[in-house]
Design a protein around this ligand. Structure first.
Ligand SMILES: [Zn+2]
Length: 139
């Protein structure tokens, strides 16, 4: 019996596997879980497992006996040890960057379409109280 199962050099926790069981008893056709994670026994253990043509077959130990099958793609996608953890981080940052860029683009374009301020308004907008005491900084 074991808590952690290794499949294709990737580790999977027994509880995660049990929680993500794809059988009709555990999952609705639409992929929704038919149980809550907290309802699962925390001490669920793997009694037996083997690789199949499509992925992995697992039998959970008594007293929480259950059998689950996982397709290879599902396990690969959810592996904790995956080097893809880095690309995910990168893509998150890329998403933030592109979002930031789109925001600043929006600002730039709205500033460009906005009517130009009279000169005296521009001056009062840029002069801050802290720089007022330093005439050399004002040209
Ligand atoms: Zn199941």
């Amino acid at each position: 019996m074991q808590d952690i199962l290794t499949y294709k050099n990737q580790r999977f926790h027994s509880l995660w596997l049990r929680d993500n069981c794809q059988c009709p008893e555990c999952r609705h056709e639409n992929g929704q879980r038919l149980h809550e994670t907290w309802q699962l026994p925390a001490d669920v253990k793997i009694a037996e497992s083997r690789e199949t043509d499509t992925g992995l077959w697992v039998r959970f130990a008594e007293p929480h006996a259950h059998e689950s099958e996982f397709i290879d793609a599902y396990l690969t996608e959810h592996a904790y040890d995956q080097p893809a953890a880095k690309p995910e981080t990168t893509s998150l940052w890329e998403a933030i960057w592109s979002w930031t860029a789109s925001v600043s683009n929006t600002r730039t374009s709205s500033a460009m379409t906005a009517p130009s301020w009279p000169g005296w308004m521009r001056l009062s907008a840029t002069a801050s109280p802290s720089s007022a005491g330093y005439p050399h900084r004002q040209e």
